[in-house]
Design a protein around this ligand. Structure first.
Ligand code: COA
Ligand code: AMP
Length: 635
């Protein structure tokens, strides 16, 4: 079947289409209801089916006789370690860890937070939770204790699983003290903390709630998988929204497993037994779906990479790993390729490695700029596939479905809608726009399996944020257009979410933190273009009258404040002190105008602006501080 036929089938006969895909995975009890709705009309998939995600990732392959196949390759340039684990080995450790968790009192329906660096034990922890029906919530290690505490208070874990430390390029990050600080800050107190001592030199202050990871694994019996309902929450993953409070995206078990298994073969075009590498931290959706669950469901060997595309030790790392482990399909963010390109513009490192195993390079997490795509293709002549998705979807919504039919690549477009996703472009009034007209990217219900089930503890926010704006459609938060041939071009977020080096962050949250500084009267945080990271935040602050503190001191303190509260990953380095912010006559801050000035984009002065002369003031401020397009211009 070609792409068009398969796609049309999925849209016109969703139940039949996905029932067939659900038959590709194993169930303890097969669903008899394929597609139903919750009380609010939102789709539920495979409601009465029972399965277990850990079983599908591990036990099934062992039962099928593949226990000795390598499941995980841990490649860590920062600790100079390469270690391979077979499905048998992973299953033994996971089943024992799960047994240990049961002995600590955990049971199906509980939640556990995982806050770990990119090490195999992070995957083991996720799978151990899945094994016993505990909903995991992985928190990205780059987030500071304040952020961790917010998540602890929201998902109320009975247990936290962490490690003593991680390594960021050349510095040790002591994870455990960050967990202790977060527990102090949080209202909710987890009962236990399992700590993996990595023996990397960091001292771990012992707390009463600590349990040693190795002791619990080696002192426990293996425990079997617990069958769970298809709609049982496998995990909660927090992502940034338009308010200061992150939202916990809830992922089901049955729809998710069906969609991931399908995507491995139909989108990524990878066969069982092959090597798949998604170079993403497990703290992000990509890490969940395509470093852990997807490849393991599909019996691929997956690589857990503890390092960066550059500086660990240099821009050759990706190519070394592809050649050494014979990677067949790879997935990373465009920003990683830009980082490599910056260090090795002529691709000298690429020439030193045999990359013949690599069939396809997938990119996502942010728009893939044409220059990055062309650079890659110039140096490695394989298809480079941009594809679009979100934490909410958990798998791609627009792509070139490489396992179905390779369609011509159009630079700047992330391809055509994936099977199951009826993607439309709407104007503000919910009318569908013609080709090439830019508007809101929305998806007609029912959404296919794998899409988010809800927002943890906040169904109202889910309903309001995604479903109420255009009834009958999911609102993605992105803008874009289609061309005459149905290719979709995503042009960027239309809300306060920004994408910094593939990390999704909220400027609203940063604004809350910046304005909490004593000297700040008011502020605006926006995302501006950045050659390497795609976007970076920029803060404009107005200082309270009468403040005697020097501007440079305030700027320094604000940068530190954001690092302390969100984490270094926020990458806020530019704080501009201004006399006033551009506003409408009704007092609304004109953030888009500020962004256009910094990015050097032509703009129309809004008719509602309070005072036009502020535009020149801001340009001068940006010039003085080398912001955005004024980076290298003389003052
Ligand atoms: N723990 C602690 N700190 C972390 C961290 C972690 N897990 N991850 C990042 N940080 C820190 C970094 O050390 C850095 O600190 P610094 O400001 O003191 O230098 C800061 O957060 C910003 O990190 P990062 O965004 O990674 O920037 P970078 O300059 O170190 O590296 C890239 C830039 C492009 C190489 C890197 O961001 C990258 O590889 N991005 C790909 C992202 C990705 O795969 N996203 C998944 C979606 S597909
Ligand atoms: P996250 O939830 O962190 O995966 O971020 C999702 C957001 O990243 C989307 O809403 C888009 O704004 C952006 N994004 C992801 N992939 C792409 C892509 N291929 N092209 C353009 N934007 C993308």
């Amino acid at each position: 079947m070609n792409y068009n036929e398969l796609y049309n089938q999925s849209i016109h006969f969703p139940s039949e289409f996905w029932e067939k895909q659900a038959n590709e995975i194993e169930w303890y009890s097969k669903p008899s209801t394929i597609l139903s709705q919750d009380d609010n009309g939102y789709p539920l998939w495979f409601k009465d089916g029972k399965l277990n995600a850990c079983y599908l990732a591990l036990d099934k392959h062992i039962q099928d006789g593949f226990g000795d196949q390598t499941a995980i390759i841990y490649d860590s340039p920062v600790t100079q370690t390469i270690k391979k684990y077979t499905f048998n080995e992973v299953k033994t450790e996971v089943a024992k860890l799960a047994g240990g968790m049961l002995s600590l009192g955990l049971k199906k329906g509980d939640t556990a937070v995982i806050y770990m660096p990119m090490i195999p034990q992070a995957a083991f922890a996720m799978l151990a939770c899945a094994r016993i029906g505990v909903t995991h919530s992985v928190v990205f290690g780059g987030f500071a204790p304040h952020e961790l505490a917010i998540r602890i208070d929201d998902c109320k874990p009975r247990l936290i699983i962490t490690a003593s430390s991680g390594i960021e390029v050349d510095r040790l990050i002591a994870y455990k003290p960050l967990v202790d600080e977060a527990i102090e800050l949080a209202q909710h107190k987890p009962k236990k903390v399992i700590v993996l001592n990595r023996k990397l030199g960091a001292r771990i202050p012992f707390k009463k709630y600590d349990v040693d990871y190795e002791a619990i694994v080696y002192g426990s019996e293996e425990t079997p998988c617990v069958p769970v309902e298809a709609t049982h929450p496998l995990y909660v993953l927090y992502t940034s929204g338009t308010t200061g409070k992150p939202k916990g995206i809830v992922r089901d078990t049955g729809g998710h497993a069906t969609a991931l298994k399908f995507s491995m073969q139909y989108i990524y075009g990878i066969k069982e037994d092959e090597v798949f590498w998604a170079a993403s931290d497990i703290g992000w959706a990509v890490g969940h779906s395509y470093t852990i669950y997807g490849p393991l469901f599909n019996r691929n060997t997956s690589i857990i990479f503890e390092g960066k595309p550059v500086k660990t030790p240099d821009a050759s790392t990706f190519w070394r790993i592809i050649s050494e482990h014979k990677v067949n399909v790879m997935f990373t963010a465009p920003t990683a390729i830009r980082a490599i390109k910056k260090e090795d513009p002529n691709g000298e490192f690429i020439k030193q490695y045999d990359l013949s195993s690599l069939r396809t390079q997938f990119l996502a997490g942010e728009r893939c700029d044409v220059a990055t795509l062309e650079w890659y293709q110039k140096h490695i002549s394989i298809p480079v596939i941009d594809h679009w998705w979100q934490t909410e979807s958990g798998w791609p919504m627009i792509a070139n479905m490489m396992g179905v039919e390779f369609l011509p690549i159009k630079p700047g477009s992330s391809g055509k809608p994936v099977t199951g996703y009826d993607i439309r472009i709407f104007n503000e009034n919910g009318q569908e726009l013609a080709p090439t007209e830019e508007g809101y990217v929305v998806i007609k219900l029912p959404l296919p399996p794998g899409m988010m089930l809800d927002i943890w503890n906040d169904h109202e926010r889910f309903q309001k944020g995604y479903l109420d704006k255009f009834p009958g459609y999911y609102f993605s938060g992105d803008g874009g257009f289609k061309d005459e041939e149905g290719y979709v071009f995503i042009t960027g977020r239309i809300d306060d979410v920004i994408n910094v080096a593939g990390h999704r962050l909220s400027t609203a949250e940063m604004e809350e933190i910046v304005s909490s500084h004593d000297a700040v009267a008011e502020c605006a945080v926006i995302g501006i273009n950045d050659e390497l990271k795609g976007q970076i935040p920029l803060a404009l602050v107005v200082i309270k009258s009468g403040e005697t503190i020097e501007n440079f001191q305030t700027q320094y303190e604000i940068v530190q404040l954001v690092r302390d509260k969100i984490g270094a990953v926020a990458s806020l380095r530019d704080v501009v002190v201004v006399q006033r912010l551009p506003k409408t006559r009704s007092g609304k801050i004109l953030r888009k105008l500020i962004r256009s000035i910094a990015d050097g984009i032509e703009f129309q002065i809004p008719s509602t602006i309070d005072d036009e002369s502020i535009i020149e003031e801001i340009k001068e401020d940006f010039q003085k501080q080398s912001i955005g397009i004024y980076k290298n211009s003389p003052i």
